[in-house]
Design a protein around this ligand. Structure first.
Ligand code: MG
Length: 377
């Protein structure tokens, strides 16, 4: 049962290349399936989220993080009467554009591009993947996703303006994205806040007392859970508190968004798009709890000294490889050498690096070091 303000697949603006209808899958289900079958999706399995394999092989990577976002987003979407097929496609695609080595890799790639007056943006890169880089179908390049999926990939987490990004002019940049896309950003926030507290605790980089002192909402739920399970292992009490915190975030998001929708009286996706602000939001109280948890993670985990060596490795590997290929474009794979005839070399090298998994780029780095040694011999 779709709400009036949900995206209806029969109203889709369609695909760039017209295709016959599928007998039993609608267009958003097909988008979801195409994303799952894409190479870039499978490579998420070997891309760092926060922790590398140095810590554990059961901590989140970009693929398992993506599945957690999809599961949270589907739950919220179903409660709000949104289009869960579109939501699932958008959630599964939301991190496709991330380079290797997590946020450190993204920063490093952006930094080397800025030396050439260019930049790296993971949403724009994801769009290039689904529009061009994936080569699976004989009739067209890319995945030929519907307009709504491509628009959501671009607009779920930030606003772009037409003056700065004229190539995105077709995506109604002056209007809000549909609720299905708005939801992805906050499902992402819920997923990684909970996951990073969890993995941070298991990695021993974050202590229980430290989390309880720094994240008030977690502490409140730990106090609630502790007397209920007096003999349980500490980690299980931790899990009980974390579960309650996630339920608070998800429940608040559903109820508050419902209230915003009612207050705005939107009755169609057009009215959602025309509304001056995004309607998917937490209450101010829960938003500030979430902010505090996020600030805590930035201070104590993402910018911690313990994770510093990985960041330095990422900068060094990406920086040196980028400059090596800029100076030796003949060492690029032939397909990228061909691309460099019609596009700027820094962009082509950036696209090549951004698509790599953590282990592939590490192998490339070793190969480059050997070649450099041979040259200097
Ligand atoms: Mg994400």
């Amino acid at each position: 049962m779709l709400a009036q303000y949900a995206v209806r697949v029969e109203d889709s603006r369609g695909r760039r290349h017209v295709e016959p209808r599928h007998p039993y899958r609608n267009d958003f289900e097909r988008d979801r399936d195409r994303i799952i079958h894409a190479r870039a999706f499978r490579r998420l399995n070997d891309k760092t989220q926060v922790f590398t394999h140095r810590y554990s092989d059961h901590f989140r990577n970009r693929l398992t993080h993506t599945l957690e976002v999809a599961q949270i987003a589907r739950t919220v979407a179903a409660q709000l009467g949104l289009n869960t097929d579109l939501v699932e496609a958008l959630a599964l695609a939301h991190d496709l554009g991330h380079p290797p080595f997590g946020h450190a890799g993204e920063k490093a790639l952006d930094a080397v591009m800025r030396e050439h007056s260019l930049f790296f943006d993971h949403n724009l890169h994801a769009l290039r993947i689904v529009e061009d880089f994936e080569q699976r179908y004989a009739s067209f390049p890319g995945l030929n996703l519907t307009f709504e999926s491509r628009e959501g990939i671009i607009k779920h987490s930030r606003d772009y303006n037409t003056a700065e990004f004229p190539e995105l002019a077709g995506y109604c940049l002056d209007r809000r994205p549909p609720l299905e896309a708005q939801l992805i950003d906050l499902a992402d926030e819920i997923a990684y806040t909970a996951a990073d507290l969890d993995d941070g605790f298991e990695s021993h980089l974050l202590g229980l007392h430290q989390i309880r002192a720094g994240v008030a909402i977690f502490d409140r739920y730990y106090r609630e859970a502790e007397p209920l399970f007096p003999t349980a292992l500490e980690k299980l009490k931790f899990n009980e508190a974390l579960k309650r915190m996630m339920n608070l975030f998800v429940g608040d998001l559903i109820r508050n968004t419902q209230r915003n929708i009612e207050a705005a009286a939107v009755r169609s996706t057009d009215e959602v798009r025309a509304h001056p602000s995004r309607l998917v939001a937490f209450t101010p109280e829960v938003e500030s709890e979430r902010r505090r948890a996020k600030d805590f993670l930035y201070r104590n985990l993402y910018f911690s000294e313990e994770l510093q060596p990985e960041k330095e490795d990422a900068e060094q590997t990406i920086g040196e490889l980028f400059n090596y290929w800029m100076e030796n474009p003949n060492s690029l794979p032939v397909t990228y050498q061909q691309k460099a005839r019609s596009e700027s070399l820094p962009r082509v090298v950036c696209d090549y690096i951004a698509g790599m998994t953590d282990s592939f780029i590490q192998r490339q780095y070793e190969i480059m070091k050997k070649q450099r040694l041979q040259i200097s011999d």
